[in-house]
Ligand binder design. Structure first.
Ligand code: FAD
Ligand code: SF4
Length: 531
C-alpha cells in the first residue's frame, strides 16, 4: 500500500473545507485519523468529552469515505490489553511506515504539545512535512504577532475593534452600527426573584448508532473518568456533525439569541443553558465555521430577530474573545503555560473532580455545588460559572494555576488547549501577570449573590467574611486583597479595589487570615494529591 500524501486529520480538525484538501487527490492521497488512549488520559478527560471527539471523528471519516476518500482510521480497541498504540506519535509512526508517503501534510495542530511531538515523528521517519495554516480562524498567527509586536499589554477590546473593521462586521462604513463597538453595559443583567421562568429547551441531538457505539467504548475503556458518577454519558446530546451544528446555531438564534446579551452573565439553580448557544464544542471541533456563526447572528440583527446588544455581545465572543485567545496562545507558548505570577501553590480540592467533599457529603457552597455538579453531569458550564465560581474560588484559595488548567482541560466538552489555557491561566487565574487581563478577576460572595440565586440556597452568608456563617468566597476575597496588597494597592487599574483594605484594622486582618487558612487547611487535607 502506498500513498502519495498522507493527510493528517486530528480530532479537532474536522473541517471538510480545510486547507488540507487543497490540491489533494482522492485517487492517490490518504486521510489518516487515529483514536488513541493517551489523548483521553494525558488529562483525566470527562467521559462526554471523549465520546464527543470520537463520535465526531467517526462521522467525519464516514462522510469522507462517501466523498470518495481512502481513510486510514484507527479505532480504539475495546480493551487496554489489545491496545498496542497508546499515543498519536506511535500511531502516526506506524501509518508512515505502512503508507510510505512522499509527504505528510497537515493543518497545524491546535495544541503545542502535539505539534512538536508529531513533527518529531515525521522528521524521524525522514519524510517531508508540509504544514498549512488553519483557515477555520479569521485571524492568522502572523497577523496576531504583528498586532502584538511592541504592545506592553494585549487588550481584547482593541483586538476586537480591529477585527470588526477588518471584516466589516456590524459596521456601517467606518462606524460601528448603533454608534458604539461595545454594548456591555446593557449585557450584565441578573434575573429577579422569579428567575428565568420557562426556558425554551435547546436543540438536543440524542446519540445515533455511531455515538452509541462510542459511548459503549468509553464505558469500557474510561470507566473511572469524570462523568461516571454523574451519569454523564446517558445525558449525551451534543452536535457531532456539521448538519447538527448548523441546526444548533439556527435553534439558538430563533429560541434564545434575543436574550443572550442581557443574561449572558446570569446564573440560576438547575438552569445550565439559560440563553447560551452551546456551540463552543462544535466550533472547536470545526464542525461549523465561525464566519457562518457571525454572519447568521448579524443577519438576525439586521432582520430584527435579535437586538443589537445581544448580537454584538455574541459576536464579541466569537470574533473577539475566541480569535484573541487563540492568537495569544500561539504568541505566548510554550512559556505561557508555565505562568504563576501570584506564586500560588495550593492543590486543587478533590471536590472539583468528584463533585463531593472527601467524606462523600455534598459541597456545602451552593454555587460551587451547582457549577461543579453541572460540569460533571454535562461537561458544560457557561462563561461566568467558569470564571466567577470555579475559577474565582481556585484563585482566591491560591491553587497552583497548572492544576486549575488541568481540570478545565479535562472536564469541559469544548476544551482544547488553545482556548482553555489563556482563559484559565490568563483570564481566570492572573497567572500571566496581566498580559491578558488588566487585573485579577476577583470578587466576594456578593458578586455571586447579585448574579444568581445560589446564595439563597446556601448555608453561608455572602455578606460575612468571618464567623460561623461566613461565605468562603468572601473570607478568601478579603484574604486575597490583604495577601496581595503590596502588588496591587498602587497599581492604577486596581488601586480602587484595594483601597477598601485600608479600612481593615490589624486585628480583623488577622482573623480573616486565620479563617482563610482554616479553609485551606481543610481543603488541602481533602485534595487528590495531584502534582
Ligand atoms: P456562549 O456563551 O453561547 O458564547 C458563544 C461562543 O463564544 C462560544 O461558543 C465560544 O465559541 C465563544 N466564546 C465565549 N467566550 C469565550 C472566551 N472567553 N474565549 C473564547 N471563546 C469564547 N471555551 C471553550 O471553547 N473551550 C474551553 O476550554 C474554555 N475554557 C474556559 C475556561 C475558563 C476559565 C473561562 C472563563 C472560559 C472558558 N471558555 C472556554 C470560554 C467560554 O466559557 C465557553 O466558550 C462557553 O462557556 C461555551 O458555551 P457556549 O457555546 O454556550 O457559549
Ligand atoms: Fe457561594 Fe458564598 Fe453564595 Fe454560598 S453564600 S452560594 S458559598 S457565594
Amino acid at each position: 500500500m502506498t500513498a502519495r500524501h498522507l493527510l493528517v486529520v486530528l480530532g479537532d480538525q474536522l473541517n471538510p473545507d480545510s486547507a488540507l484538501f487543497d490540491g489533494a487527490d482522492p485517487s492517490c492521497d490518504v486521510i489518516w485519523m487515529a483514536e488513541v488512549a493517551n489523548e483521553a488520559c494525558h488529562v483525566w478527560s470527562h467521559q462526554s468529552r471523549i465520546a464527543l471527539f470520537l463520535s465526531a471523528m467517526r462521522h467525519f471519516a464516514a462522510d469522507r469515505r462517501i466523498d470518495g476518500w481512502r481513510v486510514d482510521y484507527r479505532e480504539l480497541p475495546a480493551t487496554a490489553e489489545d491496545d498496542n498504540l497508546p499515543t498519536l506519535e506511535a500511531a502516526l509512526a506506524q501509518a508512515i511506515e505502512r503508507w510510505t508517503p512522499q509527504r505528510v501534510i497537515w493543518v497545524c495542530p491546535g495544541e503545542y504539545r502535539l505539534r512538536d511531538a508529531l513533527a518529531a515523528v515525521v522528521s524521524e521517519a525522514g519524510v517531508p512535512l508540509e504544514a498549512r495554516g488553519d483557515r477555520h480562524f479569521l485571524v492568522d498567527d502572523a497577523w496576531f504577532a504583528d498586532w502584538a509586536a511592541g504592545r506592553k499589554t494585549l487588550r481584547m477590546e482593541h483586538f476586537y475593534r480591529a477585527q470588526r473593521r477588518r471584516f466589516a462586521v456590524l459596521m456601517d462604513g467606518d462606524e460601528p452600527v448603533g454608534g458604539k463597538f461595545n454594548f456591555d453595559a446593557a449585557n450584565r443583567q441578573s434575573f429577579d426573584a422569579r428567575g428565568p421562568g420557562l426556558m425554551p429547551e435547546p436543540a438536543r441531538f440524542p446519540p445515533d448508532r455511531v455515538t452509541r457505539e462510542v459511548i459503549d467504548l468509553v464505558q469500557a475503556r474510561f470507566l473511572d473518568h469524570p462523568g461516571q458518577d454523574h451519569d454523564a454519558l446517558s445525558r449525551f446530546d451534543w452536535p457531532v456533525t456539521p448538519a447538527q451544528a448548523e441546526q444548533a446555531l439556527v435553534d439558538f438564534i430563533e429560541q434564545r439569541g434575543h436574550a443572550f446579551g442581557a443574561y449572558q452573565d446570569a446564573m440560576w439553580t438547575d438552569a445550565p443553558w439559560l440563553y447560551h448557544s452551546r456551540l463552543s464544542a462544535a466550533l472547536n471541533l470545526k464542525l461549523i465555521d465561525p464566519r457562518r456563526v457571525i454572519e447568521a447572528v448579524e443577519s438576525a440583527w439586521r432582520d430584527g430577530r435579535m437586538p443589537l446588544a445581544a448580537a454584538e455581545g455574541f459576536i464579541r465572543q466569537v470574533l473577539g474573545w475566541r480569535e484573541f485567545v487563540r492568537g495569544l496562545y500561539w504568541w505566548g507558548m510554550p512559556d505561557y503555560a508555565r505562568g504563576n505570577a501570584l506564586e500560588a501553590d495550593e492543590p486543587l480540592p478533590t471536590f472539583y473532580w468528584r463533585g463531593r467533599m472527601a467524606d462523600g457529603e455534598p459541597i456545602p457552597m451552593s454555587c460551587l455545588d451547582q457549577a461543579i455538579g453541572q460540569t460533571l453531569r454535562l461537561g458544560y458550564a457557561h462563561h461566568i460559572q467558569r470564571l466567577m465560581v470555579t475559577g474565582l474560588f481556585a484563585q482566591l484559595l491560591g491553587v497552583r494555576p497548572q492544576a486549575v488548567h488541568e481540570w478545565y482541560l479535562a472536564v469541559y466538552v469544548d476544551a482544547v488547549e488553545w482556548v482553555e489555557l489563556p482563559n484559565v491561566l490568563g483570564m481566570s487565574q492572573y497567572a500571566d501577570g496581566g498580559v491578558m487581563a488588566s487585573k485579577p478577576y476577583v470578587a466576594s460572595g456578593r458578586y455571586i449573590q447579585r448574579m444568581s440565586n445560589y446564595c439563597a440556597h446556601c448555608r453561608f452568608d455572602p455578606g460575612e467574611a468571618v464567623g460561623e456563617s461566613a461565605c468562603p468566597f468572601t473570607t478568601l476575597y478579603w484574604d486575597f486583597l490583604l495577601r496581595h496588597r503590596e502588588r496591587f494597592a498602587r497599581h492604577p487599574r486596581t488601586a480602587l479595589q484595594w483601597k477598601h483594605v485600608e479600612r481593615i484594622d490589624a486585628e480583623r486582618a488577622a482573623v480573616i487570615g486565620e479563617q482563610a487558612e482554616s479553609w485551606r487547611e481543610a481543603l488541602r487535607a481533602s485534595s487528590r494529591g495531584e502534582g
